[in-house]
Design a protein. Structure first.
Length: 199
């Protein structure tokens, strides 16, 4: 039975009880069948008043339940709205993740090309350097940051250790060699840095 149907039933019971109370009161005032009333164990007026009070208490309790249900429903709607906003924000923030991973290969190839151009024609080398800087700058603008620097403390969430070996001038558990840079997208690791760690 719905709350509305319950309320209608209770209101109907209250009106019937009120009518009974009025009839009983009229019967008492007009002294209709006084002997019969004295023989009854429960006075109809008192019974009707008790029933009215019982129904009023029931209505008050039903109202409290309905308010509680409404509050819970509002809270649930608010939670759903907040979760949806967070999902949309994450979708916007990390939509470029797959594309970013593919672009990292381009950055790696440009860096390898720069290493291969050591001692080559300066104009070619400067052109590749400018291309590399432009690409890295564009990635930074979209929240992609490089991680993994020599001398930095080893962090297993950002770095992937390939091996440990002694290294001069570098503290233990710090990066001694960066084999491949790692990258994060808005703080989320999209590729860990492959490093060697000083022991």
């Amino acid at each position: 039975m719905t709350n509305q149907t319950e309320k209608e039933q209770v209101e109907q019971d209250v009106s019937q009880a009120t009518e009974l109370a009025q009839e009983a009161q009229e019967a008492q005032t007009q002294n209709v069948e006084p002997e019969l009333q004295q023989n009854d164990e429960i006075d109809p007026l008192e019974e009707a008043i008790a029933r009215v009070q019982e129904l009023e208490a029931y209505i008050a309790e039903a109202d409290k339940r309905e308010q509680d249900i409404q509050l819970r429903a509002r809270a649930e709607v608010e939670n759903i709205r907040r979760r949806a906003e967070q999902d949309v924000e994450k979708a916007h923030k990390f939509a470029l993740e797959k594309f970013s991973k593919e672009m990292l290969n381009v950055v790696d190839n440009l860096e390898r090309g720069l290493q291969a151009l050591e001692g080559a024609d300066e104009s070619v080398k400067s052109g590749v350097e400018l291309t590399h800087k432009g690409l890295v700058s564009t990635l930074n603008n979209f929240g992609i940051e490089a991680v993994g620097v020599v001398g930095e403390a080893f962090n297993p969430e950002l770095h992937q250790a390939i091996s440990m070996q002694p290294a001069e001038g570098i503290e233990a558990n710090h990066i001694s060699v960066v084999l491949q840079k790692g990258y994060t997208l808005h703080g989320r690791v999209i590729r860990p840095a492959m490093v060697m760690v000083a022991s």
